[in-house]
Write a protein that binds this ligand. Structure first.
Ligand code: ZN
Length: 417
């Protein structure tokens, strides 16, 4: 049963709310708490959907109190693993349809990887690499490859968060290099419209689709490498990289361990086009949020990292118990963990990295030689200047056949939002 059965609707209320020309946004926001309560009580979704012309849930779409009410209503929709699976299928299908993923061209292989630079460092090497995402569109990033082990490696996708130059930041480099020293191939790649991925703007209409697609292509490239163990593929990122992590982890079964950092929130849906710019959270008769999207990863190992100073501050009381309940339905309680840092803020700092290292080491059987009595020693990592990490050089420029601009990319794909 949907949580939004079309029964018991006050005709008066529907008629009023159904005329957005008369009801301005301020008026709608005024009655939003009432609408949330009505939905949670099982009143018609028509009331809510008509109060909001489009299906996007952007930023702090709900207050913390509203989110709690909605989480309670989600919990009433399922009671065991079978009813959860039914709901999970619905959520997954909604994500794929909402971002129009099925409209992307069918491409197998054809990564055409080009390594334009290499650095040999202590226990790992860094390769500056370009992949073809689809004809005329390129992924720019860095591969961190272990040098001290032979045989197949685990592989970890490491998307970054918002802000210019995030791929090159010290915090990113440390995380990548440490996981490589531990025995995982790590791929860190630019968000579209940032770093060297400048064929489109970042806030273009189908940013959510393009970034998810790029992540999928990075995943498939890693799986195509003979030195990668397909049973040990992980993904981690914080902030906007956390969003990318829980979205791909939710819809692609090939990710085996997931560590979304400081982003799984009941009330905050991500404020950017690349997170909430396409309708993946709701339709006219269905509603979900990022907590349920993260929970789609059950029963595989997931570490949720949260902190006290952003939209993940309620995680131990609100988000995590819900996800735990999903894992419990699979009898996989021990596979999900929450590392909460009440005095910390929105970052992927040392203490958060420690938990991620330990989690990946546990499930991917990684080398723990850098572990110390109370942490991890990160001093073997060399922080490289940006120019050493760039894929485009004087010798190697963006290929001539590349698409240029948001319109050119959308026209090529035939997909708009
Ligand atoms: Zn974004």
């Amino acid at each position: 049963m949907s949580i939004f059965p079309c029964v018991g609707v006050s005709h008066k209320l529907v008629v009023k709310v159904a005329r957005p020309g008369i009801w301005n946004r301020r008026q709608i926001m005024k009655i939003k708490p009432l609408i949330i309560v009505l939905i949670a009580l099982g009143f018609s979704s028509a009331v809510y959907s008509q109060a909001n012309d489009n299906m996007l849930c952007v930023g702090k779409y709900w207050t913390e109190e509203e989110a709690k009410v909605m989480m309670d209503s989600f919990a009433k929709e399922w009671s065991d693993v079978d009813s959860w699976k039914k709901r999970a299928d619905q959520i997954r299908a909604g994500i794929i349809k909402g971002m129009q993923l099925e409209k992307m061209p069918t491409i197998k292989g054809h990564f055409n990887p080009v390594v334009t630079g290499k650095q040999q460092l202590d226990g790992y090497r860094v390769e500056n690499i370009i992949l073809e995402s689809f004809p005329g569109f390129y992924i720019t990033g860095n591969l961190y490859i272990p040098t001290q082990k032979k045989g197949k490696f685990a592989a970890i996708l490491n998307p970054h968060g918002h802000g210019e130059g995030q791929r090159f930041r010290e915090e990113t480099q440390i995380r990548d290099a440490m996981l490589a020293r531990m025995g995982a191939i790590v791929f860190t790649y630019d968000m579209i419209g940032t770093g060297e991925s400048l064929q489109t703007t970042h806030k273009m209409p189908i940013a959510l689709l393009l970034q998810t697609w790029n992540s999928k292509r990075v995943l498939e490239y890693l799986l195509s490498r003979p030195d990668v163990d397909s049973n040990r593929i992980g993904m981690t990122g914080y902030s906007g990289g956390g969003t990318q992590t829980f979205i791909l982890s939710a819809i692609d079964d090939r990710i085996k361990v997931s560590v979304p950092v400081t982003q799984v929130s009941a009330h905050f849906f991500g404020g950017c086009m690349c997170e909430s710019g396409m309708p993946i959270h709701r339709t006219s008769d269905f509603q979900t949020n990022n907590v349920e999207i993260a929970a789609l990863f059950a029963p595989k190992p997931m570490l949720i990292v949260s902190d006290g100073k952003d939209w993940t501050s309620n995680t131990p009381q609100v988000e995590f118990p819900y996800i735990q309940k999903v894992y419990a339905a699979y009898h996989a309680d021990e596979k999900v963990k929450n590392a909460h840092f009440p005095t910390e803020g929105h970052d992927y700092g040392y203490s958060k990295r420690l938990d991620a290292y330990r989690f990946f080491a546990q499930y991917f059987r990684l080398d723990t030689k850098d572990a110390t009595q109370d942490g991890y020693d990160e001093t073997a990592v060399t922080i490289l200047p940006i120019e050493k990490l760039l894929v485009y050089t004087e010798k190697y420029q963006l290929p001539k056949n590349s698409l240029q601009g948001d319109e050119a990319v959308m026209n090529y794909l035939g997909i708009r939002n």
